[in-house]
Design a binder for this molecule. Structure first.
Ligand SMILES: O=C(O)c1ccccc1NCC(=O)[C@H](O)[C@H](O)COP(=O)(O)O
Length: 212
């Protein structure tokens, strides 16, 4: 009888702003690409850029739009160019669920966070993205949180984020065994500009960790 092989850890690259980076990420096998639509971010892109860049993403690579407490109108304008929405602010479950599009909720790992309750509250989310908490910064901090705080069994797929790099990604995959990993700063040459070597090594490290 055939045995099922262990699941492959999915990889999402976030904060893409350039065509060349998208082509390289797709070639390397990234599963999802994140576009930051929050204008206060150094990695943000405009609606016009989103239209262009999303057109360069081929089938079976998920285009994820990232928002932080933004209006329904702003999000709806972006929907034609997105497969999935990532909410990074204090959006309620009802707010997230109103767009008729798959979505994930980013949760910043404050000391007092109750992940079991979050799973209940955000049960309609396709996954929960767990990220580092820095007061006043909704995401993309480049900071790691204590992965041992993630319960071994959480009733939602976990996307691990926050300060992942070529150097720590293998340990992260081993320790947490997340459904997916999400990286932005760790594969950059500068804000919004990805580094080919870091992207390549990151994907390789995930594959190596999965194979161990
Ligand atoms: O990247 C940003 O500037 C950003 C701003 C506001 C909300 C979220 C943002 N980024 C989210 C991500 O890139 C990732 O989902 C995650 O935070 C990991 O980022 P990093 O620690 O840089 O790998």
């Amino acid at each position: 009888m055939k045995t099922l092989s262990p699941m492959r850890t999915r990889v999402k690259f976030c904060g893409l702003t350039r065509s060349d980076d998208i082509k390289r990420a797709v070639m390397l096998g990234a599963d999802a690409l994140g576009f930051v639509m929050w204008p206060k971010s150094a990695r943000s892109i405009t609606l016009e850029q989103l239209e262009t860049l999303s057109g360069e993403v081929p089938a079976f690579v998920t285009r994820v739009g990232l928002f932080v407490d933004q209006s329904v109108d702003v999000i709806q304008q972006c929907l034609p160019y997105l497969d999935m929405i990532q909410f990074h602010g204090d959006e309620s479950p009802a707010f997230c669920a109103q767009f008729g599009r798959p979505w994930i909720k980013a949760l910043r790992m404050r000391d007092d966070i109750d992940l079991s309750q979050a799973v209940v509250d955000y049960h309609q989310a396709q996954a929960l993205l767990l990220d580092a908490y820095r007061p006043g910064t909704p995401g993309g901090t480049g900071e790691v949180f204590d992965w041992s705080r993630i319960p071994a069994k959480l009733a939602k797929p976990v996307i691990l984020a926050g300060g992942l790099t070529v150097d720590n990604i293998a340990s992260a995959v081993h320790q947490v065994a997340p459904y997916a990993v999400d990286v932005s700063g760790g594969i950059e040459a500068a804000h919004g500009r990805k580094d080919v070597e870091k992207m390549t090594l990151f994907i390789q490290q995930v594959a190596l960790a999965d194979a161990r």
